[in-house]
Design a protein around this ligand. Structure first.
Ligand code: SF4
Ligand code: SF4
Length: 328
């Protein structure tokens, strides 16, 4: 796990993985000042623009829409956190402080406890010099996974992001970046089914931005091989739709083409570990699979809720083993 969150106390800092903060349940920042909206943005499935995922539906924090003629607002100061918990891995390590902005200054590496810190900064140099935009690039998706929240997928062409909206976001992002590079993270729906998507990724790449695409693996292997020259690709492996042989073809084609970064996220449904093993067995036949692919194993939430599915203790034990990289 990458130690991307820098916890600071009295100018001393220590780096942790955001997942460690989640595991120890130290993700309550209510009343803190947070850089959501100035350092990061979220564009939701319906094209509404927000400082972060935690404030979606809070009219007070809505910055605008990508689908109307009104300008999208630019924030110039930290917002006050109102949420019970910080819901998103990337947002956990957005810069934030409890009382005093100077507590964000870090001088010396040392021992800072997960239970007593006054500020969080970004630990990686790559992140520190960039802002990010997370964009749920339209709801339209060609899969209908049984656990997918109703608001995040549809079969309707009206749920594809339009050319005008892409132009509006491009113009807005050039003001938002304030001279910095941007890290774009695209989810959906399924972003790659939009015929405008690939050229948009190329445009962002030409500006020196970093692009990460979460895709469901439904495109042709050559599409991903070419996209991987412009973007980091993370294939979410949905057991109900993606066949092990098709995934194997994608993986072998992409990793032969020296991708920028390539990963797989196995979406493990309760009771379906055998299916996961079937994929892994297929993938292990591919030369250099383990060296060139970043593999993660996710447990799922119950559809339309934030609550995790119930897994048997033995399943959780095996998932933990897989997560530690032990799948030989
Ligand atoms: S929940 Fe997280 S992202 Fe949202 S305001 Fe609070 S600290 Fe910031
Ligand atoms: S591929 Fe993703 S967006 Fe599409 S139905 Fe499955 S979980 Fe939902």
């Amino acid at each position: 796990m990458s130690k991307l969150a820098r916890l600071i106390k009295d100018n001393i800092y220590k780096d942790y993985a955001p997942q460690e903060l989640i595991q120890e349940n130290v993700i309550q920042f209510k009343g803190w000042k947070c850089s959501a909206g100035t350092e990061g943005l979220f564009i939701d499935w319906g094209g509404e623009v927000w400082p972060a995922t935690c404030v979606v539906q809070s009219r007070r924090h809505r910055l605008g829409s990508i689908y109307d003629d009104s300008p999208i607002e630019l924030l110039d100061d930290y917002i006050t956190c109102q949420a019970k918990t910080c819901p998103c891995l990337v947002e956990i390590y957005l810069p934030k402080y409890k009382n005093d902005p100077t507590s964000l200054v870090e001088n010396l590496s040392g021992d800072v406890s997960l239970l007593d810190f006054d500020a969080i900064a970004r630990a990686s140099d790559h992140d520190r010099h960039r802002k990010y935009i997370m964009w749920a690039f339209g709801r339209k998706c060609n899969f209908s996974c049984s656990y997918c929240d109703d608001h995040s997928h549809s079969k309707d062409d009206n749920d594809l992001v339009t050319k005008t909206a892409i132009e509006k976001v491009t113009e807005y992002s050039d003001r938002f970046r304030q001279g910095k590079s941007l890290m774009w993270s695209f989810t959906g729906g399924e972003p790659t089914i939009n015929p405008l998507f690939f050229d948009f990724v190329k445009l962002l790449h030409s500006k020196g931005d970093t692009v990460t695409v979460a895709s469901n693996g439904s495109q042709h292997a050559n599409y991903y091989a070419e996209l991987s020259q412009y973007a980091n690709i993370n294939i979410s492996v949905h057991f109900e739709y993606l066949k092990p042989s098709k995934l194997g073809k994608i993986v072998s084609t992409v990793i032969q083409n020296q991708p920028m970064w390539f990963g797989l996220n196995f979406m493990i449904m309760p009771g379906k570990l055998d299916k996961c093993i079937e994929y892994i067995t297929e993938l292990k036949k591919i030369p250099n699979f383990k060296e060139r692919t970043n593999v993660h194993f996710d447990i799922l939430r119950v559809k339309n809720t934030g609550v995790f599915e119930i897994y048997a203790a033995e399943e959780l034990e095996i998932i933990k083993k897989l997560q530690s990289g032990d799948y030989d």
